[in-house]
Ligand binder design. Sequence first.
Ligand code: DQA
Length: 152
Amino acid sequence: MKSILVMNGPNLNLLGQREPGLYGNTTLADVETLCHDAAQKHGVAIEFMQSNHEGVLIDAMHDAGRKIANGDMIGVVFNAGAFTHTSVALQDAIKGAQVPVIEIHISNVHAREEFRHHSYLSPVAAGIVVGFGVKGYALAIDGLMATYGDEA
Ligand code: DQA
């Protein structure tokens, strides 16, 4: 069975307790369950990770690129958190590893502070899901399957 990697960046381990007015009460463990449910409908597996460290996320993107090249993985759903707005290195990793990435944000970043309006990932993303709360993860999985899965 092929897989989709769901990657989460800094501070997303605090989901559920962090600014609930913005991000809701759902925990990252709940998000993982939601992703497994969404993937099951498509007959694919989910690998799920979170890291507060940019280098760990870059290494994971490179690993994903190798799995995709081997035909074992379809792509990545990526909430890079604040690294979205700062990381040239993550943009380079996505480009370099040739990974289809769906960028996802729980909140509508465009309705928030100016510094959240720019994303280093969007120019190299296959698609973007913004502002649908944690349900956006399921939408991102559906979108990835619709464009890169066996049903594409
Ligand atoms: C976020 C939006 C980012 O601006 C913020 O730094 C996050 C979460 C979101 O999911 O809405 O950590 O990516």
